[in-house]
Design a protein around this ligand. Structure first.
Ligand code: NIG
Ligand code: FE
Length: 396
């Protein structure tokens, strides 16, 4: 998959599709790839995949995979008519999960997250971003990120940790918001960066979370610490954070249901990735959808992710998210495939290193599918077409 498909490229060119192809793997890396007829004669054992559609390992670039507790009551409250924001104001929502996460050890959190990660691996998702954001104190944010590190030791997936200490203001700081923002900028983010527990920081800028001015402080502090930056933004209300994030060099703005024309233009200028999260709009039955046509017309790269979390998107089905991105948002199948591979990798700053692509020198993270053709991958709603998965050349 090419890194930047030219606008208007034919679907198969945008995908870099090679028919009757071969991939030569040496150790953990791709040593050669291209048409089988041109493949070097290596004499080594050759696996015949029988004409299967083979993709780079998928990338889930936005998850909250590490969590504890139970949000089914929130779910039922919403079905009775309460909104996500109302539930949060009434003390449910993210706060409930924070209480449960603070009671769990890093080991327990990793135990809870492992089956969720296994569900992703079974779909050929080989690179997974995982956020903190349910700890909201130095001690508990570190514990949540330590759980991500433990998970990475237990499973072969490539994990990318993001510190989302700026998810919401925790109860104990409710009357002193400024103190919490300073704890994030001067305490939590520096500690996380110093320990190498995350490579990026994220801020939820929205009603009930952080203001635009607070988001600016946090993103600026994270940037100074050498962390890549991401934003949960324009989800429940339009705040203008897409413009701010693009101007500050954030890697992505995620959600975007309420992004305005200025935000789209700023993202296009800066090359900021739009991360679309159909799990959240579907589960919250949000009538506002991200403006895919305008994002496409402006040339904003679009990724799709699960947003796996207990409140707004309790799913680990990345294939279904890509399929819903087509059905509900109007992505074309080739855009959806790029969205869960190369563009997702770009949101994580890994596309140049060959993640989400099959390129010589890149890691041999591959998925062989059982679909009759690449378009079918996005067509069977709820299908998981992955049949064989390799990470660094080793089959799972
Ligand atoms: O990405 N928008 C904010 N955060 C999460 C939801 C987290 C939760 O409800 O637990 C999201 O949708
Ligand atoms: Fe999220």
């Amino acid at each position: 998959m090419p890194l930047d498909a030219p606008a208007g490229a034919e679907p198969e060119d945008a995908l870099g599709l090679v028919r009757d192809a071969a991939v030569l793997v040496e150790g953990e890396r791709v040593a050669w790839c291209g048409p089988r007829a041109a493949a070097p004669d290596v004499g080594a054992p050759v696996e015949d995949l029988g004409g299967a559609v083979v993709l780079p390992g998928l990338v889930d670039c936005h998850t909250h995979l590490v969590w504890a507790g139970d949000r089914t009551r929130d779910f039922e409250a919403r079905l009775r008519g309460a909104t996500y924001a109302e539930i949060a104001r009434a003390g449910g929502g993210i706060r409930l999960t924070v209480r449960a996460v603070r009671e769990a050890s890093a080991e327990e959190l990793a135990d809870l997250a492992a089956p969720r990660l296994d569900a992703l691996l079974a779909q050929g998702v080989t690179t997974v971003e995982v956020k903190s954001g349910y700890g909201l104190s130095l001690e508990h944010e570190l514990a949540q990120l330590e759980a991500v590190a433990l998970l990475g030791e237990r499973r072969p997936a490539r994990l990318v940790a993001t510190c989302l200490a700026a998810h919401i203001v925790p109860d104990e700081h409710k009357e002193r918001r400024g103190d919490y923002v300073r704890l994030v900028t001067d305490g939590i983010l520096p500690a996380v960066a110093a320990r190498g527990l995350a490579s990026a920081a994220d801020v939820f800028c929205d009603e009930g979370a952080f203001t635009l001015a607070e988001a600016r402080e946090i993103l600026t502090a994270a940037g100074r610490l050498g962390l890549r930056t991401r934003v949960h933004g324009e989800q429940l209300t339009g705040t203008g954070v897409a413009t701010l994030a693009a101007e500050l060099g954030a890697a992505s703005v995620d959600h975007l249901e309420h992004v305005d024309a200025a935000g789209i233009a700023a993202m296009a200028r800066a090359g900021t990735v739009a991360v679309l999260l159909p799990g959240a709009t579907t589960f919250l039955a949000d009538p506002a959808l991200p403006p895919v046509k305008a994002l496409r017309a402006a040339g904003v790269p679009m990724a799709v992710a699960t947003d796996a979390n207990p409140g707004s998107s309790p799913t680990t089905h990345l294939w279904l998210m890509a399929q819903l991105a087509c059905v509900s948002y109007g992505l074309m199948p080739h855009e959806a495939l790029r969205a869960v591979t190369v563009v997702g990798a770009r949101a994580l700053g890994l596309a140049d290193a060959g993640v989400g692509r099959i390129v010589v020198g890149g890691a041999a993270d591959l998925v062989a599918t059982d679909a009759p053709g690449w378009r079918h991958l996005l067509y069977g709603l709820g299908d998981n077409p992955a049949r064989r998965v390799w990470i660094g050349g080793r089959e799972l």
